[in-house]
Design a protein around this ligand. Structure first.
Ligand SMILES: Cc1cc2nc3c(=O)[nH]c(=O)nc-3n(C[C@H](O)[C@H](O)[C@H](O)COP(=O)(O)OP(=O)(O)OC[C@H]3O[C@@H](n4cnc5c(N)ncnc54)[C@H](O)[C@@H]3O)c2cc1C
Length: 543
C-alpha cells in the first residue's frame, strides 16, 4: 500500500464530556432558579448527554421508524417500530426524570431541574424529546383529575416500558397529544372529530388527526366535538376490556427532520375514550398540557443552539487556517462570541421561564410571568435557532454540511420548535391575548424588566422607549415587533443581573443599542471576545 497523503489538521472527536459541567450558564441558572438541590442528578445526566446519548442519537436517527399496520396473520396492530437506540434513549430519559421528575418530587425548583434535564437530553437527541415532553406536559392535566391519579403515577414513574400492551399491565406509561386535523391546526375549534357519549363518562370518537406524534405512547389527550362543544378526551391504545382500541395509523409523515421519532396520521373508528374536564372546555383543559410543551420548545431551541455552539467552538479550537487556529482569527472570534451570547441569552431565559412555571402555583406574579413569557420565549428562541445552527454549521466549513458531524441533524431539527405547538404568529397573538385578558401579566413583565434598570445605558434607553400597547387588538399587525422587543429586553435584563459584564454589555450594545448587523458575527469592536469565549467553552476541557 502506498501512502497517498498524511491526514493532518483534522479535529479530534468531541466525546465523553460533561454537558452540564462545561455549561456555565446552565450551572449558574440551575442554582439561581431554585434547583441547586438537583445538581448531582443533572450533572450525571450531563455526563450522559456528552457521551452515550450522542452515540445513541446517531444510531436512532440512522434508521427511521417503520409503520406496521397489520401482523403476519392480517390482524390490525397499528404499530410504529423504532430502532433499539430510540428505546434506550427513552429509557435513559425516563429513568433520569426528563418526563417525570417535576411530578414525582414536587418540591420548589422541580420544574427547573426537569427543564435542565430536558435541555441536556435535547442537545444529544431531539426525536425522543417529543414523547418525553408530551409525557411531562400531559401530567399537568392528569394531575387535576382524582380518578386519573393512578395513571398520573405511572406517567411520572422512572420506568420505561415499550411493550404494546394495556396500561393496566404497565408500571410506567407515556403520553401523547392529538389536536391538529387536516382542516386546521392553529384553529382547533375547526376540529371535526366527533365524540358520542356511550355512558358512564365514556365516548366513542370518530374522525382523524393529521399530526399524531409518537403513536406508540400508551395514552393521548385528544380534542373532539362532543354535544356540548369541543372537549378533551383521554384515549389509549387499548380499551379497558383488554382489546385493541380503534385507532388506525394511516401513514407516517415523511419529515424534514426529527427522524428517530414517528409522527403519524391517524383515524379513530368509534375509538373508546373518556372525557377529561367538562364538555365544551376542551381547549382550556388541553392548554394546561400545551403550556408545558411550549416551554419545552423554548428549552429545546436553547439546547439546539448550545450543542451547535459547542461543536463550533470545539472545531475552531483545533482547526488551523492561514497559519492560526480558527479560534484565533479575529473575524471568527466575532462570529463565535456572537453565537455564544445568543446561546447564553436563550438558556438563561429558558431557565427563568421554567422557574416561573415552577413557582406559578405558589405565586401569582410568577404565574402571570409564566403565562406571558412561555409564548415570548418560544417565539423568539425558536425563531433564532435555524439561523444560529446554520452559522455554527458554517464554522465547521464543509464538514458541517456532512452528516457525520451533528450539525445537519441539528439544522433539520431547528425549524420544528417554531412550527409545532403553535407557530410563531400564534405565539405572538397569544402574547396579545394574555396582555389583554389576564390580570397581573403587564405588571409582572414590567417588574421583571425594571429589576435590571440602571445597569446599562442601552438597556435603560430601550426600556424607556418600550411601551405596552394600550389596545392589544390594534397591535396585531405589529405583534412580532412587540414580542421581539419583549424577548430582547427580558434576555438583556437577565444577563445584566446574572451574567458576567462582558456578556451582558456585548448583548445590550448589539441587541438593544443598534451596534449589530443582520447576520451573526457583527458584534461591535471593543466587545470582550476572549472573556465571552472562555465562558462558553473553557480552555483545555477536551479529554
Ligand atoms: C413534526 C411535527 C409533529 C407534530 N406533532 C403533533 C402532534 O403530536 N399532535 C398535534 O396535535 N399536532 C402535531 N403537530 C402539528 C402542529 O402543532 C401544527 O402543524 C401547528 O400547530 C400548525 O398548525 P397547521 O399545520 O394546521 O397550520 P395552520 O394552522 O394552517 O397555520 C399555517 C400558518 O398560518 C399562521 N396563522 C394561523 N392563524 C393565523 C392568524 N390568525 N394570524 C396570523 N397567522 C396565522 C400560522 O402561524 C402558520 O404560520 C406536529 C407538527 C409537526 C411538524
Amino acid at each position: 500500500m502506498s501512502a497517498t497523503h498524511t491526514v493532518e489538521n483534522q479535529v479530534p472527536e468531541l466525546a465523553g464530556f460533561n454537558a452540564f459541567a462545561l455549561d456555565a450558564a446552565l450551572r449558574e441558572g440551575l442554582a439561581r432558579e431554585g434547583a441547586e438541590w438537583a445538581v448531582e442528578r443533572v450533572s450525571a445526566y450531563g455526563e450522559l448527554a456528552g457521551g452515550e446519548l450522542i452515540s445513541l442519537g446517531i444510531e436512532a436517527n440512522r434508521d427511521r421508524p417503520r409503520l406496521r399496520t397489520h401482523d403476519r396473520f392480517g390482524h390490525r396492530i397499528d404499530r410504529a417500530e423504532f430502532h433499539p437506540a430510540y428505546h434506550r434513549l427513552m429509557q435513559l430519559g425516563i429513568e433520569h426524570g426528563v418526563a417525570g421528575l417535576a411530578w414525582r418530587e414536587p418540591r420548589p425548583g422541580a420544574h427547573v431541574a426537569r427543564a435542565a434535564l430536558s435541555y441536556l437530553h435535547h442537545q444529544a437527541e431531539q426525536g425522543t424529546s417529543c414523547p418525553l415532553t408530551m409525557t411531562y406536559a400531559g401530567q399537568a392535566v392528569l394531575a387535576q383529575v382524582p380518578a386519573l391519579a393512578a395513571l398520573a403515577g405511572k406517567a411520572c414513574a422512572p420506568l420505561y416500558d415499550p411493550r404494546d400492551v394495556p396500561m393496566a399491565e404497565k408500571a410506567g406509561i407515556t403520553l401523547g397529544m392529538g389536536m391538529t386535523e387536516k382542516q386546521g391546526g392553529s384553529d382547533v375549534r375547526a376540529n371535526s372529530t366527533r365524540a358520542e357519549a356511550v355512558g358512564e363518562g365514556a365516548y366513542a370518537l370518530t374522525g382523524h388527526k393529521w399530526f399524531f406524534s409518537a403513536p406508540m405512547c400508551d395514552a393521548f389527550l385528544v380534542l373532539a366535538q362532543a354535544p356540548g362543544g369541543l372537549s378533551c378526551f383521554l384515549l389509549s391504545r387499548w380499551r379497558p376490556d383488554g382489546t385493541r382500541n380503534a385507532l388506525r395509523l394511516m401513514r407516517l409523515k415523511d419529515k424534514l427532520g426529527n427522524w428517530s421519532n414517528a409522527s403519524s396520521e391517524v383515524e379513530f373508528d368509534a375509538a373508546f375514550a373518556t372525557r377529561i374536564g367538562e364538555e365544551g372546555r376542551g381547549v382550556a383543559t388541553i392548554l394546561q398540557m400545551v403550556a408545558l410543551t411550549r416551554l419545552d420548545c423554548l428549552i429545546g431551541s436553547a439546547a439546539e443552539m448550545r450543542m451547535a455552539l459547542v461543536q463550533a467552538l470545539h472545531h475552531a479550537r483545533h482547526r488551523r487556517a492561514f497559519g492560526r487556529f480558527l479560534l484565533d482569527q479575529p473575524l471568527m472570534r466575532n462570529v463565535l462570541a456572537d453565537l455564544a451570547l445568543e446561546s447564553e441569552a436563550a438558556t438563561t431565559l429558558a431557565l427563568r421561564v421554567a422557574r416561573a412555571v415552577d413557582a406559578a402555583p405558589r405565586d401569582g406574579s410568577e404565574a402571570a410571568l409564566a403565562r406571558l413569557c412561555t409564548a415570548i420565549g418560544k417565539y423568539w428562541v425558536s425563531k433564532r435557532a435555524p439561523a444560529f445552527v446554520n452559522e455554527a454549521q458554517e464554522c465547521l466549513g464543509g464538514a458541517g454540511y456532512v452528516e457525520e458531524s451533528l450539525l445537519p441533524r441539528l439544522y433539520r431539527e431547528a425549524p420544528l420548535n417554531s412550527i409545532g405547538e403553535g407557530c410563531g404568529n400564534i405565539q405572538c397573538l397569544d402574547v396579545l391575548r394574555a396582555l389583554q385578558r389576564e390580570s397581573g401579566v403587564r405588571e409582572a413583565l414590567m417588574a421583571e424588566l425594571e429589576a435590571a434598570r440602571g445597569r446599562h445605558v442601552a438597556f435603560d434607553s430601550a426600556l424607556g422607549a418600550f411601551a405596552l400597547p394600550s389596545d392589544p387588538a390594534e397591535a396585531e399587525p405589529m405583534a412580532r415587533v412587540l414580542v421581539e422587543r419583549m424577548a430582547l429586553l427580558l434576555q438583556a435584563g437577565l444577563l445584566l443581573r446574572h451574567a458576567p459584564e462582558a456578556v451582558a454589555d456585548a448583548f445590550c450594545r448589539s441587541r438593544l443599542g443598534g451596534a449589530h448587523g443582520l447576520a451573526f458575527g457583527t458584534l461591535p469592536a471593543g466587545a470582550y471576545f476572549g472573556a465571552i469565549l472562555a465562558r462558553a467553552w473553557p480552555e483545555g476541557v477536551e479529554r
